[in-house]
Ligand binder design. Structure first.
Ligand code: FAD
Ligand code: GLY
Length: 362
């Protein structure tokens, strides 16, 4: 029998790696199992936007959680750098939501007012104010809602930094190690069976992205395919992230720009379609006309994990004790990764304290 861990985590995406880090920070003995390579799926394919205000309206139940998670990134980036030596490339230049029509301008201004009433920064910029800040944007734009606190990171580096920091705190990781089932004892989960062996743990955390439903069929997962492309420029052309309709341009380190993303529900295939590329290129050209002269770099796909019910599932399983689920982060797993790690670690610690108190009183 292998040694007993405090926690076994299934999945080496940003969610599993954040949980590994936050548990290791609490001195828990953690092992993370990944069937492929760490950050090899959605977490490595993401654009890395921290779009708390861009993705959620203030009436959305996830809005407070998203804001809280986004606001953790500054401290987190320093903390992860100290432990792992990895710079997660946090860029805090804001996100611009463009308006090309009068109706869009009215809508964005209203959104901005609602954000302000909730205590968040949001400013309507006229066309001339916008072009002064971001001269490369199409002169057809009528203005933009500017969300200065919505930033961005490198999603791959964030995932790797969580894991490397967890390892620095004592966590173990096994790549190319597929979990095939849970070890069940009555209504309790005691660890997992991999293709090679059994791993026993006091707590089991399922963070398998869209594949989580293979291990727990009660999770109704919808795969939502997303395609992205990137290009490089010989000079910086954007400071902030720019979004119009379903398309965004995210300026990365080294004059690289990511253009995303298509959104195709119920699709698991990881091919980049000609249709997808064409749509992204057309939209990128509409937003920043000068891109036609820049260098195409590459294109890729990721599968967003969406739960049919909509919101992510973060917490103990409804039927099985000592099994925790952290899945269904859909479009916002990078943004929500710090808060998810904290929530799962806190719930596990809280249950332990409760069990200890119960034992002491018996
Ligand atoms: P994943 O990254 O898919 O990781 C799950 C891991 O579990 C995989 O590596 C898988 O191999 C492993 N696994 C599954 N089953 C098993 C098993 N049985 N045994 C062992 N390992 C297993 N979010 C943002 O916040 N901002 C963005 O800008 C953003 N842009 C995006 C752009 C695109 C094109 C896409 C596709 C997504 C984007 N997202 C963004 C969403 C974000 O990528 C996801 O929400 C997030 O990556 C989900 O993380 P995860 O760890 O749950 O899943
Ligand atoms: N959050 C951006 C995307 O999922 O494409």
């Amino acid at each position: 029998m292998s040694s007993i861990y405090d926690a076994v985590i299934v999945g080496g995406g940003v969610i599993g790696c954040s949980i590994a880090y936050h548990l290791a920070k609490q001195n828990k003995k953690v092992i993370l199992l990944e069937k492929g390579s760490v950050a090899g799926k959605a977490s490595g394919a993401a654009a890395g936007m921290l779009g708390a205000q861009m993705e959620f309206t203030c009436n959305d139940p996830l809005y407070p959680l998203a804001i809280k998670s986004r606001d953790l990134f500054q401290t987190l980036s320093e903390e992860l750098y100290r432990l792992s030596g990895i710079d997660i490339e946090l860029i805090e230049e804001g996100i611009y939501q463009l308006a090309f029509t009068e109706d869009e301008a009215v809508l964005h201004q209203r959104r901005g007012e609602q954000d302000q009433q909730s205590g968040e920064d949001a400013y309507w910029l006229t066309a001339s104010e916008l072009f002064e800040r971001e001269p490369a944007i199409s002169k057809k734009a009528q203005g933009a809602l500017y969300l200065p606190r919505d930033g961005q990171v490198s999603p791959k580096k964030l995932t790797e930094a969580f894991l490397k920091s967890a390892i620095a705190l004592g966590a173990e990781v096994r790549e190319y190690s597929e979990v095939v089932s849970f070890i069940r004892h009555d209504n309790c989960v005691r660890g997992v069976h991999t293709k090679r062996d059994a791993i026993f743990a006091r707590n089991t955390i399922l963070a398998g992205g869209v594949w989580s439903s293979e291990l727990d069929p009660t999770l109704e997962m919808v795969p939502v395919k997303g395609e992205c492309l990137s290009f490089t420029t010989n000079r910086p052309i954007l400071k902030g992230t720019v979004k119009y309709k379903n398309c965004y341009l995210v300026p990365k380190k080294g004059n690289r720009i990511i253009v995303g993303a298509t959104s195709i529900p119920d699709r698991f295939d990881e091919n980049v379609s000609f249709r997808g590329l064409f749509q992204l290129m057309e939209m990128a050209k509409e937003i920043v006309p000068g891109v036609v002269d820049d260098q195409f770099e590459k294109a890729w796909t990721g599968i967003r994990p969406q739960l049919r019910k909509g919101e992510p599932y973060i917490g103990e399983h409804k039927e099985y004790e000592q099994l925790f689920i952290a899945a269904g982060h859909y479009r916002n797993g990078i943004l929500l990764s710090p808060i998810t790690g904290i929530m799962v670690a806190e719930e596990i610690m809280q249950k332990e304290r409760q069990a200890f108190a119960n034992e002491a009183s018996n």
